[in-house]
Ligand binder design. Sequence first.
Ligand code: SF4
Length: 677
Amino acid sequence: MATETHCPYCSLQCGMRLTGRRAPEVSAWEEFPVNQGALCRKGWAAAGLYGGRERLTSPLVRDRETGEWSAVTWDDALDRVVAGIRAAQAAKGPDGVAVFGGGGLTNEKAYALGKLARVALGTSQIDYNGRWCMSSAASAGIRAFGLDRGLPFPLADVEETDVLVLVGSNLAETMPPAARHLDRLRARGGRVVVIDPRRTPTADRADLVLQPVPGTDLALALGLLHLLVAAGAVDEGYLAARTTGWAAVKESVAPWWPERVERVTGIEASQVRELAEVLAGSPRVMVLTARGAEQHSTGSDTVLAWINLVLALGMVGKRGAGYGCLTGQGNGQGGREHGQKADQLPGYRRIDDPAARAHVAGVWGVDPDSLPGPGRSAYELLDACGADDGPSAMLVLGSNIVVSAPNATRVTERLEALDLLVVCDVVMSETAAIADVVLPVTQWAEETGTMTNLEGRVVLRQKAITPPSGVRSDLEVIAGIAERLGSTATFATDPEEVFAELGRASAGGPADYSTITYDRIRDEGGVFWGGERLFASSFAHPDGRARMLTVEHRGAAEVPDDDYPVHLTTGRVLAQYQSGAQTRRVRDLPDGGPFVELHPLLAGRLGLATGEAVQVSTRRGTMTAPARVVTTIRPDTVFVPFHWVGANRLTNDALDPASRMPEFKVCAARLAAVGRG
Ligand code: SF4
């Protein structure tokens, strides 16, 4: 008997069938609409998450003096965790304890974690690694549309557009089953435009490829809107009826003539004009952004600039057109809706909204005044660890911070400065390795829970196999800690029960799950919160209109100079996922380790050939990896994948002022051929 469930990895949440109670076998689930049986290499190899000898099955505590680990009982481990929490609270008050979650946690876990923080711990200090994934697009969506749902339409709508513009998305490599939509779009005569400093496999499916200097996508959007205004291609009727702020935006793009855009972005003015002509003549235009455009200190303004462009063309709300963000992590969408983000309560409610606090406190059975206010964003929270005014104890679920945080050497030092670091994980990840207590938990097919995919479709990951003895679910860990802390609120451990409570807590909020049930998800192949397509007749602001907001090009926080003369950008490869804690341990996935991708012109100056060691340095750190010399990258830019320790020792922790997104995608670097100086 096969169990219908979903892939353990990215935001597409491809449907798959699993058979076998101990070692699962993956087979296609053709009826699931999102992927129709197709999986990428990671999905087909997902069963390899089981059977490895590295799986943790006993709680572990580390002796700080000797560094040695000892296996302990669950009671002993949880007692030690709670004793450390109490000590931190006694020294610093409730905010002396922090919680760090992840965009791969189920909705149920994200919800329970937020409740643990606000009710049982009373701390405001909770955030999660999703802050580093989609927060710039989320911030822009809320400001422009009054609502953030990554794609406000099914992904398959891509096939219905006339021009698809992908800004900073390597969709063909990061979620290959989605690439068939590009093929079908082109088969019916539509065009695909790819904007990326690297010519990725996605560009192989494009009709037009623009390779801007990293960190200049915003200027390109301003320049395109300038040309659309000049061509009389904007939809004045739509702008008058459905938006506010157009006059100021129109004025703001006036100075962005194509030659100025060329100077800033490195894209020839003729190419900028060519794209503007394509956009101006197309009845349906769709712009999708991803991390390449968003992971910048100007990420939310960059997304706003692209939203302004599609609004000016009258595209948002039109079928087969509009704007969307291609979310990255498996539950990147749901993870930001139900309370593990520093400024939110379940249902995408704001924690500083008195009505929201009263509603959620009612569901939790506590006094609204007892709920803390907003806390620090993810990087700021980590940066404060061990500081006089920062937390001295932290609980981490679903995140491998040591690999995935920007400026990772500093962040690791801050984690080591804590009096207590507790990590829940399935293997001894790089972050678990520096913890005081490691709690072994269930993963993926061993447990049931919902995920919300990149379309806002809530799907059900169903338990398919028996977990190893000795492990507990994250929900059980959360309940165990809350109980030991003497919390009067109840913490259910059955996922369906938690989901029903989440539904009540989200009722009436922007992301309202109150009518979604496990049975409906099973019967309907997933359920879209808010409806399948949004914004057809109105936006989520009180007056129903979208906000057009003026934004200015500022450029990257760090630009090349004599000491650090090239741009460094980071990203993913097909066979690995995020920090690699899971995929690097799957035998059927190739793990070639990190590499440094660079152009032959740059390699020639350094006397480097493919395979030779190259050292990459920034103002924050250094790493060494083999060179990969390719003609597909800009000569002034190098690329390093971030699935291994190293890349994020280099990245910049400059933050976007609105979203608090770090600038993962660009910083200044210098290279040296190892052994040649
Ligand atoms: Fe699908 Fe993403 Fe899993 Fe690949 S990693 S099978 S694209 S959900």
